[in-house]
Structure formats: C-alpha cells, structure tokens
Design a protein around this ligand. Structure first.
Ligand code: AOF
Ligand code: ZN
Length: 355
C-alpha cells in the first residue's frame, strides 16, 4: 500500500511525464497543491526555457481556491530551484505564496541548486520533507541526473538481432538496412529516438545502411545525429550529411568547415574513444544518446562499461553467418513480445568508472 504522500508524488510524476522531452535539457518536474485531500492545482515544467512545474501548478489554481494556497501542501518531484536561470527561483514564489508544507521527491543534482532550495525554504520557516518516492523521481529524470552527477549523457544501446544471434547477414546486396524486426518494433524505435537528445551510429553502419537516423514513423523532435568518421569515408551523398538535422561528425581530420547543421569535432580515435565521445556530447549539452550500432561501436561502449540501458530486439530472421551480437552482462529490467519479436531491456547498474 502506498502512503498518501507517495500517492500524491506519483501524481506529480504522471504530470511530469507529459513534459519530459520538451523540457530537455531541463528536468521535467511535476507539482501539485493539495488542500484537505483535494488537489487544487497541478502543473509540470514547460518546454525548455519556460516556467517551472511549481509556477504552472500555482498558476493553475482556480480563483475561488486561491485563498487556500497558503493552507495547502505542495508536492513536487524535484527540489524547487533557488537560482536565477531562464526563470526566477521557484523557492521565492513558494515563500511569496506563503505555502507552509512542502514535500519533495528528491534533491536537485544541478550544482546551482543542490540542496540550496531546501535550505532556503527551511530558513524561511517551512516544513520540508525530502525523499518521498526518491528512487522513482531519480529514475524518471535519469538522463538529467546522469548528466549532472557523472558529467556525461545517459547512454542507451539499441540493436536488433536475428533468431540465431547476428546483427546483420554476411552478404548484403543493397545499401539499406536488412530488417530483422517487424513494423511495430521499428515504429517503437522511432518513438525512442524522439525521446532522446542525440542518436549515434558508427562508420560501418553509415556506409553499409545509409541510415537517416531520424523520427519518421512517430511524431516529435529529431535527435542530434552523432556520426563517427575517423578518416573521412562518409561523403556528402549520405543521408546523415543532408543538413536536415543537426549532425556532429567525430573525426581525426582537422580544419573541416563547420556549419550550424554539420559540425566537425576533431578527436583522437584511441582506446578512450567512448569517453571522448561522451565528453563531446556533454560539451554540446546533450543529456542522452541512443546508440544504434554497429557491432563494433556497441561493443566499444560495453567494454568501457559506459552505458546505462540496452534495448535488444530478437526477430525471426535467420542469417546463419554475419556480424555477431555484442557480448555483455547486465540485469534484465523488462521483457515483452511485439507480435513475433521479443524485446528485452537490460540495465547496467555496475559502471566501473566515472569520467
Ligand atoms: C524547479 N522546477 O520544474 C525544474 C527545475 O534555466 P532555468 O531557470 O529553467 O533553470 C533550470 C534548472 O532548474 C535545471 O537545471 C534544474 O536544476 C532546475 N529545474 N527546477 O524548481 C522545475 N525543471
Ligand atoms: Zn524552479
């Protein structure tokens, strides 16, 4: 049985869900005001740069209920901010509205806040409770927490494997992907792409498949494309260089022209490559990345222990020979079937190093 605090915090997370992608790289935060077991206000973080969850919650209260605001309890899934960013501090608004009781899901890892919001509220004489559904609140904004705590993006690996354990067949006639999974699984992958800030593919995958790495069979924002091209093999005829979506190319070549839509980053392709890539993404403020192959790129991140989730489809196709699947150890978090495809989501709870 959930306590009533937990019950209300779950409602905050439900609200936050509606703003997750648009808020990025801000965390999406849900807030509700409860008076006498009645929710009088609800809100979540607006699209990036807009008002925070607490502001939207307080603004949503009906005129007839506004006098109840100081008597209500504010539930909020992340510590209210104490700094001037794109918006003024939520703490100041809470103090101004004379709200006395504040229940917080978890501390904000952003060093500009990091406990200062809680302190400010306590110093103003508020009753502050911290840590209701803390694990759930951290899990919900896991991209944001990973970015601030580990100074790297949240890393999701994704691949599809044949029933006999290959990523692609040995012989391939066309420069396009050989589909292993069904249309529903592929649509789900586009939904996933719309949920992340960046998508990455290695050189061989671009040369073999000429992928577009966009959101075509779902609606939403295209992630920034990240492409590995050590020696400059990917010419302008490939989709990833069509300037339709911002693309960052990591290469060892230097002095290449940079445009808004096509940015070159010169980096060493040595044994630290996964960490170098993570550092470039961090510098570009990209809080998450979905890595869609190929085998070598996936294995490099696995071997570096630098990944958080692996989403693996196993389809019906049989290849007999081909590129072997990545080798890894992890905890199964979720299993489902999508018609004849099997989807398994793994989590890596044992990252060896931090940057
Ligand atoms: C809150 N409520 O709904 C969110 C918070 O530049 P700004 O003003 O938008 O501030 C961004 C930072 O504020 C962000 O990095 C995180 O620390 C916090 N996010 N805080 O009180 C919210 N989204
Ligand atoms: Zn705020």
């Amino acid at each position: 049985m959930k306590t009533s605090h937990e019950h209300y915090m779950l409602r905050c997370l439900e609200l936050a869900h509606n703003g997750l992608r648009e808020a990025m790289p801000n965390p999406s935060v849900g807030a509700i005001l409860v008076y006498n077991d009645r929710i009088i206000g609800e809100g979540h973080t607006s699209p990036f740069g807009g008002p925070h969850g607490e502001v939207n919650c307080i603004n949503s209260v009906a005129e007839a209920d506004r006098h109840l605001i100081p008597l209500s309890t504010l539930y909020v899934s992340l510590e209210p901010c104490s700094h001037y960013g794109k918006t003024p501090p939520c703490c100041d608004l809470i103090i101004h509205e004379q709200i006395q009781n504040i229940i917080i899901g978890t501390v904000d890892p952003n060093e500009k806040v990091a406990g200062n919001g809680i302190k400010k509220l306590q110093e103003a004489g508020k009753n502050v409770t911290v840590g209701v559904l803390e694990a759930e609140c951290r899990e919900f904004n896991r991209r944001f927490f990973t970015f601030h705590e580990k100074q790297r993006p949240y890393i999701i690996l994704k691949w599809a494997e044949s029933a006999d354990g290959f990523l692609s067949p040995k012989h391939k006639s066309e420069q396009s992907p050989v589909w292993i999974t069904n249309a529903y699984s592929r649509q789900l992958v586009h939904k996933w792409r719309s949920e992340e800030m960046a998508i990455l593919a290695g050189t061989q995958t671009i040369l073999d498949d000429n992928p577009q790495l966009d959101v075509r069979t779902w609606t939403g924002t295209n992630p920034v494309r990240i492409v590995l091209d050590r020696t400059g093999k990917i010419n302008d005829s490939y989709f990833v260089k069509n300037h339709k979506i911002k693309t960052i190319v990591l290469t060892e070549k230097s002095n290449l022209p940079n445009l808004d839509t096509l940015v070159y980053e010169t980096v060493p392709f040595d044994e630290n490559l996964p960490r170098t890539i993570a550092a470039v993404l961090y510098r570009h403020n990209l809080q998450s990345v979905i890595i869609e192959g190929g085998g070598k790129t996936l294995q490099t991140f696995i071997d570096a222990g630098l990944w958080d989730e692996a989403r693996v489809f196993r389809g019906k196709a049989v290849f007999t020979e081909g590129t072997p699947v990545p080798v890894f150890k992890a905890t199964v978090q979720h299993r489902e079937t999508i018609l004849e495809d099997e989807l398994i989501i793994y989590r890596n709870y044992g990252e060896r190093n931090t940057i």
